[in-house]
Design a binder for this molecule. Structure first.
Ligand SMILES: [Ca+2]
Ligand SMILES: [Ca+2]
Ligand SMILES: [Ca+2]
Ligand SMILES: [Ca+2]
Length: 251
């Protein structure tokens, strides 16, 4: 029988965006400001600007297979990182002020972004932009922190328990539509709890088992490891028996 395999190649297109801004590093800002662009390692023909000045970019280092480019000042501290590095002249715009607007052009305006000084002020943190919101971080040439990760104290568990969300950052969670980070299970039935990270529009479902309805089938369905040893022994014995029978037939 012939199988015909059709391969549909879908190019992975990720938007080119301003992803991180270091506007006020600790102490003197000179040589330590940067702007990270995500979605490309190639900023040829791009221009960066602030409210006062636009700068064309000079390639310092091209990095293959990177999804990031870093725009820095001349003689910057950040030239050995693993993404493409571009210099914007002595300053990025007319320096990145504590409140500023950044413009990224590629013949046309790609993005205009205004920030203020609420976060990342002189503490060696940058502004990471995640889902159009600012968070403090520090990840030049790397993906921003995954603030939307939902971590619970247990992935599935038995009634009665309290779900505790371990927040990655200051982010609000809803559990079964109640805004909280702790949630007491009150119903004594098997149920699915839905946890939602509100700002990120990400949700996760976990299964809660009341003690009285725990059964082998539930446990097996959710690949609980408890009886795995028994299963391994059964599979082992069955294999031996099959081998013995086969041997008998062919000899
Ligand atoms: Ca500073
Ligand atoms: Ca400025
Ligand atoms: Ca600055
Ligand atoms: Ca980053």
């Amino acid at each position: 029988m012939k199988y015909i395999l059709f391969l549909i190649l879908i190019p992975s297109i990720s938007a080119i965006e301003i992803n991180e801004i270091m506007y006020n590093p600790e102490g003197n800002d000179n040589l330590k400001e940067y702007i990270e662009i995500s979605g490309t390692n190639n900023l040829s023909n791009f221009t960066i600007g602030d409210t006062e000045q636009n700068d064309s970019l000079t390639l310092i280092k091209f990095q293959e297979n990177s999804n990031f480019s870093l725009i820095v000042e001349e003689n910057s501290f950040y030239t050995n990182l693993n993404c493409s590095i571009y210099s914007a002249s002595k300053t990025i715009g007319n320096t990145l002020n504590n409140e500023d607007t950044i413009y990224l052009y590629n013949n046309r305006l790609i993005e205009k972004l205004t920030y203020n000084t609420k976060l990342a002020k002189n503490n060696n943190k940058s502004l990471e932009i995640i889902n159009k919101q600012f968070y403090e971080g520090y990840s030049p040439c790397e993906p921003n922190k995954d603030i939307c990760k939902i971590t619970t104290n247990k992935e599935f568990f038995y009634y009665p328990e309290t779900i505790i969300i371990i927040p990655e950052k200051e982010i609000r969670y809803k559990i079964n539509n109640i805004t909280t980070i702790n949630y007491k299970i009150t119903e004594n039935i098997k149920q699915i709890i839905e946890i939602e990270a509100i700002e990120c529009a990400i949700s996760k479902k976990i299964i809660v088992f009341p003690r009285k309805i725990i059964s082998e089938s539930y446990i097996n369905n959710f690949s609980y490891k408890k009886n795995n040893n028994k299963k391994i022994i059964i599979v082992f014995l069955t294999t031996i028996i099959i081998l013995i029978i086969k041997n008998d037939i062919f000899n």
